[in-house]
Design a binder for this molecule. Structure first.
Ligand code: ADP
Length: 246
């Protein structure tokens, strides 16, 4: 596993308040990582920095084997470099079928190189069926996306992101609002994706994090408070303090 993303000494202030404070973080490719931390810990701002939505005041954000700096790149350039983001609320084309949603995602490749590849192997039925299978929607392809359950919409969106072949996938609270069975299936989809991609999951549900069975990074006050297995971090007295309140 080689390092894909490396952040060091990153800080961001909003009106003098340090939302991210001298943060350092690394993730490999492929790798699954869970990010936990109390409200206001800086989890959203952390993802906003990676995607280029928020510019840090200080620090480095380096991506890929060519050590490309993501700072100074636009959000769309960062997306094209291979960073995909899934927000908490599903955003799919409700008035299109599941098949059309996948087809649209495949038609929107992130690099010109992909366009060439897709010309050779058109964004055809095979690719759509493979994606549908990957996210457990094989039997839903003809349905309107708007008719899907909340969980199915989330899987469709994950599949649409995977269609872009991201190198790093940022996923915000995928289990929110899901039934236990849907949560379990979501874990399977993300764990399978993390065999190939770097996947960062921000999640409050500790049972969900446990099932991801991966390294956990705990953020607090804009910095990394602890890192390691879920058992390791949840036994850390500083983490217990933060969660139970001082
Ligand atoms: P989390 O996602 O872990 O709940 P956030 O990254 O949303 O944390 O926020 C970290 C801190 O930064 C919070 O105290 C929040 O109020 C503050 N913050 C985030 N974005 C802004 C902003 N645009 N303007 C002012 N303060 C902000």
């Amino acid at each position: 596993m080689s390092t894909l993303l490396e952040m060091s000494g990153v800080s961001v202030s909003f009106d003098g308040f340090k939302a991210i404070n001298n943060l350092s973080f690394q993730i490999g490719e492929p790798e699954m990582r869970a990010i936990i931390g109390p409200n206001g810990a800086g989890k959203t701002t952390f993802m906003d920095i990676i995607t280029g939505k928020t510019r840090p005041d200080e620090g480095r954000v380096i991506f890929g084997e060519k050590s490309m700096s993501l700072l100074g790149m636009s959000e769309s350039q960062i997306a094209r470099a291979g960073v995909g983001r899934k927000f908490q609320k599903p955003t799919v084309f409700e008035a299109q079928t599941v098949r059309e949603n996948f087809a649209l995602a495949l038609k929107n490749p992130r690099s010109p190189f992909d366009v060439l590849l897709h010309r050779k192997t058109p964004a055809g039925a095979d690719r759509i069926e493979a994606l549908a299978e990957q996210v457990g929607l094989s039997d839903q392809l003809p349905r309107m996306a708007g008719e899907l359950s909340h969980g199915q919409k989330q899987w469709l969106e994950i599949g649409m992101l995977l269609a872009q072949d991201p190198r790093l996938l940022l996923v915000d609270e995928p289990a929110a609002g899901m039934t236990p069975a849907e949560r379990e299936k979501t874990t399977d989809i993300l764990v399978a994706a993390a065999q190939k991609h770097a996947v960062v999951v921000v999640e409050h549900d500790m049972e969900f994090v446990r099932r991801l069975n991966c390294k956990v990074t705990v953020l607090n006050e804009g910095s990394v408070l602890a890192e390691g297995s879920l058992d390791h971090v949840t036994n850390n007295p500083d983490v217990i303090d933060v969660y139970l309140g001082r």
